[in-house]
Ligand binder design. Structure first.
Ligand SMILES: C[S@@+](CC[C@H](N)C(=O)[O-])C[C@H]1O[C@@H](n2cnc3c(N)ncnc32)[C@H](O)[C@@H]1O
Length: 264
């Protein structure tokens, strides 16, 4: 099972500066925004289901797109950290001020992704027939085995639903490892979660085959983040009934937005 290792305070510090991305800290948001004309038709008439909100600025942007285009936005969000959900609700309330007459329907669930029941995501008064399940910020890379998160998506999606994923590629695996290891915030926020003081020094490592970067204390893995070889996510999702629709990669080959359709 994967649970978030960060306390929200530590997470806010890292997520606002996004130090891990190559050259462009906000690569995911920029990549989405640059490709808005391609992505918006896919999102426009779908209920958005967000897995992992964090600081939520990217997620909020997708809700804004829907508010610009439709009479309402319908959003479900799942996060094991209650504070992130509360912050997201506050931010959506600000958007309600911006968009006046438009309606925002929101369901937040403070639980693990693995605890989500598909029925929760069926809004009784929804005006959309299908959903787009969205997991941004390389959140998929926290799961080991990866099948855990593919199972979650597979269970919650119906035929015709879309799955939009944002994740870092492994193009700069060694540089990324160096960034994790040299940034003071990472060991600090992971250590926050440990109940007993740790005797040994933190050891960072990268597995070249699986592209997992991990941090060990006292022989125990306390943090992991997977970066992906191009095409690997599509390969792993295929047995779960997801077919590729779109792949967007930034100019540095650092970040990828991929969209899949649940076909079986
Ligand atoms: C890597 S952050 C990404 C956040 C956001 N999508 C972004 O791009 O900034 C992962 C988020 O997912 C949540 N999370 C991680 N594992 C989870 C799990 N197993 N169940 C529920 N929430 C989880 C964390 O609390 C955090 O908000």
């Amino acid at each position: 099972m994967c649970v978030a290792l960060s306390r929200t305070g530590g997470w806010f510090r890292i997520a606002f500066s996004n130090p891990i991305n190559f050259q462009s800290p906000n690569s995911e948001l920029f990549l989405l925004q640059e490709n808005k004309s391609i992505l918006l038709p896919l999102l426009r008439n779908r209920l958005q289901v967000h897995y992992g909100i964090g600081v939520g600025e990217t997620e909020q942007q997708l809700v804004i797109w829907q508010l610009e285009e439709a009479r309402r936005a319908e959003v479900a969000a799942i996060d094991c950290e209650r504070e992130f959900l509360l912050n997201f609700v506050d931010n959506l309330a600000q958007r309600k001020i911006d968009f006046g007459s438009k309606r925002i329907m929101f369901l937040g669930r403070n639980c693990l992704f693995s605890e989500v029941q598909p029925a929760w995501l069926d809004f009784a008064n929804s005006s959309f027939d299908a959903k787009c399940h969205i997991c941004l910020g390389s959140t998929i890379g926290n799961f080991q085995p990866q099948q855990e998160i593919w199972d979650v998506f597979s269970r919650n999606t119906g035929k015709g639903d879309l799955l939009l994923l944002g994740f870092q590629l492994d193009t700069y695996l060694q540089e990324t490892l160096q960034k994790y290891a040299s940034h003071s915030a990472y060991p600090a926020f992971v250590m926050d979660r440990l109940e007993a003081p740790v005797a040994s020094r933190p050891i960072w490592s990268a597995d070249l085959e699986s592209s997992f970067i991990s941090l060990q204390f006292d022989g125990m893995e306390v943090f992991r983040a997977r970066k992906y070889k191009k095409g690997r996510v599509a390969e792993e999702l295929a047995p779960f009934g997801f077919s590729p629709v779109l792949e967007l990669i930034d100019k540095w080959k650092n970040y990828c937005i991929a969209v899949f359709e649940k076909v079986s």
